[in-house]
Design a binder for this molecule. Structure first.
Ligand SMILES: Nc1nc2c([nH]c(=O)n2[C@H]2C[C@H](O)[C@@H](COP(=O)(O)OP(=O)(O)OP(=O)(O)O)O2)c(=O)[nH]1
Length: 136
């Protein structure tokens, strides 16, 4: 099975985390995710995440620690290996091109979103983090 290595950003701000809804016409369309994308050859996860957020929002971020373990989910198009990192925005342009909706959510509302399967492990790990104390 084709291995797809993906990074996502759990962007923290004002005690909330950003959830983004994938555009309808994309693979796994309409599901909620952490923004990011595939790691290109030669990139570190951090470089990939910064590039993807620049592409998807025209925004610059700082990347922190990894949240929980990498999760692997197999679909007919390949196995998605997803790693989520804490992050924060340095700019706030939010020029959305890949998402139909974004929402800042409190920890208690994390499980209310219709997450892509691979994201559920990170969602559980995020529940153990105090967003108001995240600092990097
Ligand atoms: N970005 C992102 N992708 C996720 C998450 N969870 C999850 O299963 N995926 C899947 C969807 C896609 O199959 C793959 C990432 O592809 P993508 O379409 O977001 O990445 P990309 O911009 O690099 O891809 P492309 O359109 O250039 O081909 O991982 C998530 O939280 N964030």
């Amino acid at each position: 099975m084709k291995q797809i290595h993906v990074v996502g950003a759990a962007l923290i701000e004002n005690g909330k985390v950003l959830a983004t809804k994938r555009n309808e016409d994309r693979i796994l369309g309409s599901l909620w995710e952490f923004p990011g994308g595939k790691i290109e050859p030669g990139e570190t996860p951090e470089q990939a995440l910064k590039r993807e957020i620049e592409e998807e929002f025209s925004d610059e971020i700082t990347v922190g620690i990894k949240v929980g373990e990498t999760s692997s989910i197999t679909y007919d198009f390949g196995t998605v290996n997803l790693s989520i990192y804490l992050a924060k925005f340095n700019t706030h342009n939010f020029h959305l091109i890949a998402h139909s909706d974004i929402q800042w959510i409190q920890k208690d509302d994390l499980e209310k979103m219709n997450w892509a399967d691979a994201d559920k492990l990170a969602v559980q790990a995020l529940k153990k983090i105090d967003f108001t104390k995240v600092d990097f």
